[in-house]
Design a protein around this ligand. Structure first.
Ligand SMILES: *[C@@H]1O[C@H](CO)[C@@H](O)[C@H](O)[C@H]1NC(C)=O
Ligand SMILES: *[C@@H]1O[C@H](CO)[C@@H](O)[C@H](O)[C@H]1NC(C)=O
Ligand SMILES: *[C@@H]1O[C@H](CO)[C@@H](O)[C@H](O)[C@H]1NC(C)=O
Length: 458
């Protein structure tokens, strides 16, 4: 935790003053050379175990004292070191990145807004979606995954990330009424990727944009893969998440999240058209929008008129009732290898947004810095397979999942997460359903489904 400003001031000035006589690379050697606002972690080692500072707060002009690193002005302000004596801010001015600001002026520092007040930057202390210190630690520590400074997350707050990028309402009550399927054990390989077993039938990654619609996207995406698999590719369409989002509004929260059981109920009772018939728009509007395909338009599985003016009639696709897969690792694996990708709900923590590659495991980096740097929410994704990663020495088992944050996030839109330990509850809420539409196989499957169901109430 950070110390109160006044105490810090005192402490910081007992450390050392005027390092200017010791030339060298200090700030310039840091991963993030300079920090715009006051940041007591923004330091570099100097003279044994002393620290010098590279945040703007170190430079308070000639009267305020100075504990900046010797290369602070040159590195952080572009001021020629020969001129350091001449550089001073007059009274109540502030500076950032070599620009001077007068009293009351504001500037953005990542997601924070900082105001120049009495010659010192005062920032609104928001926690950002991209946390520099976390990225830095992931990069330099021993972790099973690596992070990235995503430009589409830069400048946004963690609160916004949780509000707009997730979107599954607490699943317990919604999933607890579902029947759990009994899985017959079978021999399982060490590695499995649904895209290799069913080439051309597993669809790509979508982008939910700024709308907490993972409840809708993961439901349509799991459905479309399973429809394609069960019909051997005869029904191979990307399904409309927009229809689910806009038309399944009863007791759902649209772009503020939804319940999975209600989404599955809709796709079973009413059905959805393809993405091209009813394209996704909520990512930019942040609203679920009005329903362009009200229930009354659906009759006896006849095609409906597409909201997209370029398409004429759209076929309606339906699914069977969803079922719950037990949280046992082998049961989930058996379900995926037998019937295709499953839908899983898990807890997303602050560090997950920055994931780029490797096997994700939640870290305590943010929590160690303070509770205000943490945040979490439920999110649903498609699980496509599994494997074991050996790239960091110790073998790490993982699930292979498709996220809905576009292809520029993670491993081309996909991610891997620790398997077998119910990490972030990834194994707690796993669902599947069968597609309707396969003629012969469908009846067979349905009979089998009935046999395999075991009524179980929680
Ligand atoms: C992250 O990217 C933004 C621009 O997208 C840049 O201004 C910032 O300095 C970068 N931060 C780090 C730690 O690389
Ligand atoms: C299914 O559709 C996808 C994308 O629309 C396409 O790339 C793929 O080749 C199709 N698969 C088959 C078997 O037709
Ligand atoms: C319909 O087609 C036109 C011309 O090809 C295109 O500009 C427009 O974006 C299309 N509309 C939709 C909703 O796809």
């Amino acid at each position: 935790m950070r110390l109160p400003i006044l105490l810090c001031l005192l402490l910081r000035h007992t450390v050392a003053r005027g390092f200017n006589g010791i030339p060298g690379d200090y700030c310039s050697k840091r991963a993030v050379p300079c920090c715009l606002h006051r940041d007591d972690d923004c330091t570099a080692p100097i003279l044994g175990d002393h620290l010098c500072y590279c945040d703007v707060f170190c430079d308070r002009g000639p009267d305020g004292g100075n504990d900046c690193c010797p290369d602070f002005l040159a590195t952080c302000k572009g001021v020629d070191s020969g001129n350091t004596q001449e550089f001073s801010l007059s009274g109540r001015e502030c500076s950032a990145d070599g620009v001077r600001y007068t009293e009351g002026e504001t500037t953005k520092n990542n997601c924070e807004t900082c105001t120049c007040s009495g010659g010192v930057w005062s920032c609104d202390r928001k926690t950002c979606l991209i946390q520099d210190h976390l990225l830095h630690e992931i990069e330099h520590g021993r972790y099973t995954w690596g992070g990235s400074n995503y430009s589409f997350f830069w400048g946004r707050t963690l609160e916004e990330g949780i509000k707009y990028r997730l979107g599954t309402l607490f699943p317990e009550q919604s999933v607890q009424h579902m029947n759990e399927i009994v899985i017959k054990p079978r021999e399982l390989p060490d590695y499995f990727d649904a895209r290799e077993k069913w080439p051309g039938l597993i669809h790509g990654v979508k982008d939910q944009g700024d709308c907490a619609s993972s409840w809708a996207l993961s439901t349509t995406d799991t459905s479309q893969d399973r429809l394609a698999i069960i019909t051997d590719g005869r029904l191979n369409e990307s399904l409309s998440s927009q229809q689910l989002l806009s038309c399944n509004q009863h007791r759902q929260k649209g772009c503020e999240g939804g319940y999975l059981d209600r989404a599955w109920w809709y796709i079973r009772k009413i059905g959805v058209v393809s993405d091209s018939c009813y394209p996704y728009e909520s990512g930019s509007t942040r609203e679920p929008g009005i329903c362009m395909l009200p229930k009354t338009l659906f009759q006896a599985n006849l095609p409906v008129s597409c909201p997209n003016e370029n398409e004429s009639k759209g076929k309606v696709y339906k699914m069977t009732p969803p079922y719950r897969v037990s949280p046992r690792e082998e049961d989930i694996m058996t379900e995926i290898i037998s019937n295709g990708p499953v839908q899983a709900t898990f807890v997303v923590h602050e560090d997950f947004f920055m994931y780029k590659h490797g096997v994700y495991q939640h870290t305590h980096i943010a929590a160690d810095k303070g509770d205000s740097f943490t945040g979490q929410g439920y999110h649903s994704v498609r699980v496509l397979g599994w494997g074991t990663d050996h790239s960091t020495g110790r073998p790490v088992k993982y699930w292979l999942c498709a996220n809905s944050w576009g292809q520029n996030w993670g491993e081309n839109g996909f991610f891997r997460i620790l398997r077998g330990e119910n990490h972030c509850e990834i194994e707690s809420f796993v669902l599947g359903a069968w597609g309707k539409g396969a003629k012969r196989r469908r009846r067979f499957k349905l009979r089998k489904l009935r046999r395999r169901f075991k009524k179980r109430l929680f």
